[in-house]
Write a protein that binds this ligand. Structure first.
Ligand SMILES: [Zn+2]
Length: 321
């Protein structure tokens, strides 16, 4: 178990043993830290009638049903369809179900993941039942984007943030699972997924292609050439790496020494493009990233091409010493 997951679990455990046990939880954290692991563990813990050493027993009928992915009292609402949203009729079905008797007698758990895939209508429908849940009904929301949740809904939940314990702990864990420190730091820098080199090495390789392309375009390569270099890659990955790089240049603006230490010294160096231009580019990338993250497949070549054209323009105005 990764050390920061263990420390997060201690917080959850503390709440579970406290005088007022939350009935609705909102788990948040960056990609790659193990949000799904914590969510699964919490759901199992809530449904297990025979908790041992602070966790689900792993042996009872409830635990076996969960392992088989077919627990009658666990309901999972997840993103569907071209729009990548949680459907309102799926939410209504879930609400109808929580008013029926649970099958195994340990109440029900409704999981909502990713919770940012709820639209306003679905959020409002859930809000009523989260505010006044039937006895024995618990909710486990999880999201990488807590800011995208309806504030009234968010305020009803116990929020648990899965955050990195320390960089040293992350590196030690990376080395333990067979990565080099360079891979861990590359994964963290480019994708905020320190273990991407272990979880999915091809994602790290793709992220490196995006980095190299942005470096080339920053030093004068044609943006259209750059768009061709990255056109076959996962759009969300490309946009994520772009966000990270533009953000790191903004960091570099504020403190180039800090940037060099934290964000890869060889990647980009001062002087950086002007901050207002970088912020505008960041807005444009986010504007394309949000629908892409929801699975709306509209990112074609012109999208990357126009972003790279802006990137190229910003760097062309930098006065080099
Ligand atoms: Zn059990």
């Amino acid at each position: 178990m990764r050390p920061w997951i263990e420390s997060t679990w201690q917080h959850i455990q503390h709440d579970l043993e406290g005088p007022r046990v939350p009935h609705a939880w909102c788990l948040t954290g960056a990609w790659g830290l193990g949000l799904a692991t914590v969510s699964d563990r919490l759901v199992a813990r809530l449904l297990c009638p025979d908790v041992r050493e602070q966790s689900a027993c792993g042996r009872c009928q409830s635990c076996r049903f969960l392992m088989q992915g077919a627990h009658p009292d666990r309901l999972k609402l997840t993103a569907e369809g071209a729009a990548g949203r949680i459907r309102i009729d799926a939410v209504r079905d879930a609400i109808a179900l929580v008013y029926s008797t649970s099958t195994l007698g340990q109440g029900r758990v409704i999981e909502v993941t990713p919770a940012d895939a709820l639209n306003t209508e679905a959020s409002n429908a859930l809000l009523k039942v989260v505010e006044e849940p039937p006895v024995g009904t618990r909710f486990v929301f999880s999201t990488h984007l807590p800011g995208a949740l309806l504030p009234t809904l968010r305020s009803r939940m116990r929020r648990i943030d899965l955050s990195l314990a320390s960089w040293d702990a992350v590196c030690a864990e990376g080395v333990r699972i067979g990565l080099s420190e360079a891979q861990v730091s590359r994964g963290q820098w480019l994708l905020q997924e320190p273990f991407v080199g272990h979880d999915d090495p091809s994602r790290l390789a793709e992220a490196e292609v995006v980095l190299k392309t942005l470096q080339s375009v920053a030093t004068g390569a044609d943006p259209q050439w750059g768009a061709n270099q990255i056109k076959g890659l996962s759009p969300i990955l490309v946009l994520t790496v772009m966000v990270r790089i533009v953000e790191s240049c903004l960091h570099g603006q504020a403190d180039s020494a800090g940037c060099a230490r934290r964000f890869g010294p060889e990647a980009f160096q001062a002087p950086f493009p002007e901050a207002s231009g970088l912020f505008q580019l960041l807005d444009r990338i986010h504007a394309q990233r949000m629908p892409t993250a929801r699975g709306i497949a509209h990112m074609a070549l012109p999208g990357f091409g126009s972003l790279l054209a802006v990137w190229s323009h910003l760097w062309s105005k930098v006065q080099r010493p």
